[in-house]
Design a protein around this ligand. Structure first.
Ligand code: HEC
Length: 162
């Protein structure tokens, strides 16, 4: 008889402990959940390109075009902070001079009639409007200027005063 009562108390006590633990766990989970909810609301407000930027490191600003259009799948644009998933193509920070030396074309000519891999990509995968082509050309010139500036800054620092 006495044994049975003790068992009852033991089981009841254990149940209580588990309940208290469960409630406190639930409460702490809810508290931790609050700021997350707030963040996810912010993320919903962001445009798609910003989300893509966040996934691939730092915000790209002037390089956003290359992320939006999907160029970053294969190309980095180092001077604009665009990182590539695969680096299948060359760094577009050099394109302004590289296209001229490799294909004998200016950027304007290259996007009017692309050569090699980009001929296929620009006719099938990523179609650019005339306005977008102009935008790419301007962004690529800017990317090269920025790259030169960065290099000059490094150079000036190395040289010091003579
Ligand atoms: C599926 C991969 C892929 C995508 C996406 C892609 N490219 Fe390319 N791109 C390449 C490859 C590979 C080359 C090198 C082609 C060659 O040597 O013939 C290249 C070359 C280029 C070149 C010449 C660069 C140089 O230095 O000679 C330019 C400019 C260029 N791409 C621009 C773009 C732009 C702008 C976009 C987005 C609208 C884009 N590419 C999207 C793969 C890609």
């Amino acid at each position: 008889m006495e044994k049975k009562i003790k068992l009852k108390w033991l089981i009841g006590g254990l149940g209580l402990v588990i309940m208290v633990l469960g409630i406190s766990l639930f409460l702490s989970w809810r508290q931790r959940d609050l700021p997350v909810e707030h963040d996810s609301k912010k993320a919903v407000d962001l445009p798609a390109s910003k989300e893509a930027e966040e996934k691939h490191g730092k915000p790209v600003g002037e390089g956003a075009f290359f992320v939006e259009k999907g160029c970053f799948t294969c190309h980095e644009v180092s001077s604009l902070g665009v990182k590539s998933l695969t680096k299948a193509g060359p760094d577009l920070a050099n394109a302004y001079v590289d296209v001229q030396s490799r294909f004998g074309k200016t950027l304007e000519e290259f996007f009017a009639s692309p050569t090699g891999t980009m001929a296929i990509i620009l006719s099938e995968q990523i179609k650019l409007t005339e306005a977008e082509k102009q935008e790419v050309i301007e962004k690529l010139k800017l990317a090269y200027q920025k790259k030169l500036k960065e290099e000059n800054q490094v150079g000036a620092h190395d040289d010091g005063k003579d």
